[in-house]
Every structure is written in C-alpha cells, then in structure tokens.
Design a protein around this ligand. Sequence first.
Ligand code: CA
Length: 463
Amino acid sequence: MRSARVTIPAFRLRLWVYAIGSLLAGTTAIASTTPAAKPNIIIILTDDQGYTDVGFNGCKDIPTPNLDRIAHEGVHFPEGYVTHPYCSPSRAGLLSGRMQQRFGHEHNPEGATDDNEEGIPVSVVLLPARLKTVGYTTGIIGKWHLGKAPQFNPLNRGFDEFFGFLGGGFNYFGEARDKDDSIYRGHTKVPAKAITYLTDDFSAEAVQFIQRNKANPFFLYLAYNAPHAPNQATPKYLARFPHLTGARKIYAAMVSAVDDGVGRVLAELKAQGLDENTLVFFLSDNGGRLDVADNHPLRGFKGSTYEGGIRVPFAARWPGHLTAGTVYRQPVSSLDIHATALALAGGTAAFADRTEGVNLVPYLTGMATGIPHVALHWRVAGGWDFAVRSGNYKLTKPGLKPAVELYDLTTDLREQHDLSAQLPAVKALLLDEYYRWDAPNVPPLWLDPHIENVKKERAAGID
Ligand code: CA
C-alpha cells in the first residue's frame, strides 16, 4: 500500500519556494534587460494539434523538422499545459495572462458581429496592449476567436496589424464558414479569390511582418488555424504522406504545411540577423482532436481535462540566451508565456493588472530555484469538469462521471489507476486546493453549444 504520509504535496513549503521564485523571476529579468535589448516576441499557436504530433514529442508518421528546431535549438517543455481544453478560453488565458474563469470567458464565442456579449471583456488588458506601452509593434496573423463585435476586434485590443479571421474556424481556400466572418487585412475584407492556401498565406504574411518591423521590437502572434477542421490540404503537402490514408493523411498534410511555414519564419529571422534577439514560443491551443490527432500516451482529447486535452506540444527558442537542447521537466503553463514576454519587455512594473503566470527565464537559466507552479487548475463550463495538478498528483472530475479521480502522473501518465480510494488525504488536499483557487472565479458570461457536443460525446461513451 502506498504511503499517503510521505507523498502528500508540501503546499506550504512550495508556496514559500514559489514566492521566492516569483520574486526572482520578476526582478532578475528587469535588472538585466535594457530598453535596447528588448527581444522580439513571437508566439506560434496551432489549433487542435495532438501532443504527439510533433517530432520532439515522438511523432513517427509526420515529420516536423522546423517545429523540432524550436525545441532542439531551445527548450522542450514535455509538461506544457494550456489553461483550457478547447479554443477560445485557452486563447483568453494566453493573451490575458490570467485564468479566464476570473472574468467569465469560459466558453467559445459563437455570436455575430453585433453580439456585444460574447467576447473577451473589454476590461481585460491583453498582452499586445501591454507590449505596445513599452514600445513594441504588435501583429496578429491567423485566428482570433475572442469575439467579433467591434469592441472585441484585435485592432481594438492592442494589435497594430491584423491579417486573419475573427471566428473559430475558416475554410483553407478562402470561403468563410459563416456570413459574419471573412479574412481581414486590418478592417478590410480580403476576397476569397486572393487566398491560395490559408496556412501558406499566414506564413507569407508572417515573413513580411518580420521584414517590415525588423528595426524595432515587435510582438507577432501567429495563430494558425491548422490543423483544426475542416480537413483541407493541397497536393504539395498530401504527396508527402503516401504511407497514410483518409483523414489522418489530410491532417498530416496540414501539420506539414504549418511546419514549412515555421521554417520560413525561422529562416527570415536568421536572414535579418534577428535570431538572438527573438524569443519564439510554440504551442497548441488544446489537445488533439479525437478523430485524427495522436495524443498518445496521454488519455483524452480536445475538450477533456485528462492530460490529452490540456497538455500540448510546447517549446521555446532564444539562441544565445536559452541553452540549446534543454528539456525542462516541471509543469509550465501558457500563462507563463505572457509573464515571460512582459518581464523581458522591461515593463512589468508598469502593468497594474495582475498576471498569473511566471517568468520562466530565471528557471531555465538556473537563476531561480524551485518550481514555477505549486499547482495548476482547470475548470470547464462552470465546474462541470475540473482538474488540479500539484507535484506528481492530478485530480480530475470529468464531466458526466460521478466522482473525482486521482492519478500519480509519474507512474501512471495515462491516468488509468484511480488512487482516490487509496490516498484520501491527497484527494482531500487537492480538492481543497481546487476550491481555494475556484473561490474568486465568476460564472461563465455566456454559454455555447460546443460544450453540449462534448457532453453528447461523453454520453456516447467516447473515452
Ligand atoms: Ca483549438
């Protein structure tokens, strides 16, 4: 029988370590960063890409040499998490630097351009707005999905430039999936015939953005909608996968198109002499789709608080600053990307809004000891599904299941052996931790049909 006494997470000690680490994280980066040294920040986000659908996490059937370069020439985070198991709330967390349940952004916005309710609240300050105040030029290329009404538009939320679409998905050959959306350049609609293949077009725009802004600090949010549905690819990419068939073949081609694009971005950074002055993050917004993606060995998929829904491909590259080949095995969060960017931009003290992530650089360089996070938390649909991780333990209350489940991720990464009966003290501590975290959260500001689909899938017995 496992001993609960020796395996209980030491919350108090970790809280102390966390506080010291956070203090270091907040001060060292500012002290060592002068205005002239502000690095460019690029966040490359993919959509619904499986944990194991990158070479650096062991993918065998889809080569991703350029995504692998980010991890191999920088830092690989095998335990990188997002704040939500599907699209829009995850993006709300990433761009706000706060858990999205703090401000009610807990579902996908499905409203039209005249819907003033569904979108990230205007009171929430986003990363591009913060970076603008310390001299950055900011651009978004790709999927927004944080509201369509004018007050939610990325150009009104801190981005100087926008090439992409407002909703949650888009036909890759240029036709909008709904009448309230379009490809936009700024506020101007781009005709469908001007689109070649959306992933390629986004990559080309990213290269041009770098060329235009090479002389000043820039923030580029390159939010590919690939490999999100619809499954669409070109013969060029499909031809790379004669060993695959069906939807997996198309999905592989879509991932490969992203990888080519990332290669173009990295090549442009080198060509412009920006390699050592640009920090590139790569991650997926949530776990892979059930039908085409590979989250193995993780359990679950997009929409789930099992690891396969929330643990994602995650890497960072900053030559000359982060040691190539580093594998950082502590849990990290997409919130940390936000905090790291702010700290390196040198403006942390100027931002009154509290962010909840941690500057990772001191941890990666060894200047900070301890761990970035005492615990990480997830809440879906107002608590219909929730989870908390601390140390090696993970507690989850899956939707449609009657009770919480407890797993030891160091011995049971696939979450197969529920320890809640054997370790009641650990279960109680993690439940307490979840409810403590959840206490200041607010109810979802709106509901959406997506979660109803998830409930149907669960009811049908899928996972
Ligand atoms: Ca997604």
